[in-house]
Every structure is written in C-alpha cells, then in structure tokens.
Design a protein around this ligand. Structure first.
Ligand SMILES: [Zn+2]
Length: 250
C-alpha cells in the first residue's frame, strides 16, 4: 500500500439549529464546513469542497449569519496557501452534493467528480433545497459509483456507502502511515451523534441513518478514527494545513 498523506481544512462556517444534528435539542450551533486533501503517489484527491463562492465575502469583513465564507477559506485558496495548484487535483470525492460539501467543486477545474450514482441523480431531482445545482453541474467529468470503490486499487483510499442523510451519501476510509481515518461527513455530524446514536430532526431515511451510525461505531471500536462532519469542538483539535499525524496526537 502506498503512503497517503491526509490534510484537513475548514472551508467556511454555518450557523444552524442544533436540532439539524440532534433531534430535540434547542438553540443554534456554529459549525465548520470541512474538506480534506488526500495526497497519493497516483495523484491528488480532495474529499468534499466546503462552501462555494456564492457565500464568499472579503477577508476581514463582517461575519455573515447562516453560511459564511471568508475568501481565503475557499478550497482553491486553502490549497494555494500550502503550495498546491488547484488545477493539479485529479479527483473530487463528494460525500454528497449539498452546498456545504460541493460548493467549491468548480474551484478545482481539472478534477473528476467521484460520487455515488443515486446521489447524483437525486441531487438533480430538486426535492431538497440543500442542493444547489449550479454548484455541481459544472461540466467536469463524473465517475458515478454503485457501491464501494477503491480509488487507487491499493486499499489506501476506500469509498463506502453511508446512506441516510441523503440517498447516496458516502464516506472515505483513508489509511495514513500513522492511522486509519474515516471521513464521515454528514452521516455523523457530531461526536454526540455517534456516542448517543442520535439522529437529526430530518434526514432522507431514518433507518438507513441509524444503521450507518452503528457501522461507524463498530469501525471506531476497531481503532479507526472518525472525523465528524460538522463538530466544532472536534475540529478545534484537528491540525490544519499540514498532514495529520495520529501518533503525534496521542
Ligand atoms: Zn453538511
């Protein structure tokens, strides 16, 4: 298996009702939109692209309610800041196509979109306002998957279905030199979602959502590290802009 380096980024912030993540809770939560660079000898992939330019504001201007993206937090700007040319990214793996996960897709112009086929089809059906078609209908090549997919054929980056939040949500299991990361995105928004097996107040399929959480719980028991999609406390502890080193964090 080749060496894979995994780097995390926040690409914008959102302020949402906490019940969006934990049914029955009061109040609001300010949470990060997240993305990752997956650096493999066969090429660069990005898992999710955060919020896109329609939410962008110049650096240093007042914070926006709802979705908020300082221009230096666009995925392309994030990559440039660590010396990566956005046009060199070969693949965008979208966990799903909601605006806080596919918003920056067109910032990586030469990438092939890697997405589950049923997610792609559902996103165009306009049944869910969290999709914004211009963000992902970009003309970029699309690799539509029907189930598990080993991106490089060596087991280092394996995509697996994790439906419930949306019909074709997928996660990535990334094997780095110091540990295995599961990039959960919105099938597991918060640490509490997993610990309490708590569902959001709305999702595509409740039974699928719960089954997915149980699968992640089992993976965590095996020592895989779950990266919660929108957990501000968890993300406050995730080093950004340099490859993650799980050994250093112990
Ligand atoms: Zn999300």
């Amino acid at each position: 298996m080749s060496t894979v380096l995994l780097t995390a980024f926040t690409c914008g912030w959102m302020t949402l009702p906490l019940s969006f993540f934990l049914d029955g809770e009061e109040g609001r939560i300010r949470c990060p939109a997240t993305a990752y660079l997956i650096d493999h000898p066969k090429g660069l992939a990005v898992f999710d692209t955060g919020l896109g330019s329609r939410f962008e504001r110049p650096v240093g201007t007042p914070f926006q309610k709802g979705a908020d993206l300082e221009s230096d937090a666009l995925i392309g700007a994030r990559l440039k800041a660590i010396g990566i040319d956005p046009s060199a990214v070969k693949w965008i793996i979208n966990s799903h196509l909601h605006s806080d996960h596919a918003g920056g897709n067109r910032d990586l112009p030469n990438a092939t979109i890697v997405v589950q086929a049923d997610e792609w089809d559902y996103a165009f059906a306009e049944k869910d306002r969290a999709y914004h078609i211009p963000e992902f209908d970009t003309g970029q090549p699309v690799l539509k998957l029907r189930g598990e997919h080993d991106l490089h054929g060596d087991g280092s980056v394996v995509l697996f279905r994790s439906p419930g939040h949306t019909p074709g949500h997928q996660c990535a299991r990334v094997t780095t030199p110091t540990g295995i990361a599961v990039l959960a995105a919105d099938c597991c928004n918060l640490r509490r979602s997993l610990d309490e097996l708590r569902l959001p107040d709305h999702c595509f399929d409740v039974d699928q959502y719960l089954a997915t959480l149980k699968i992640l719980r089992e993976r965590e028991r095996r020592g895989e590290r779950i990266f919660f999609g929108h957990d501000p406390d968890f993300w406050a502890e995730v080093p950004q802009n340099r490859p993650l080193d799980f050994a250093a964090r112990r």
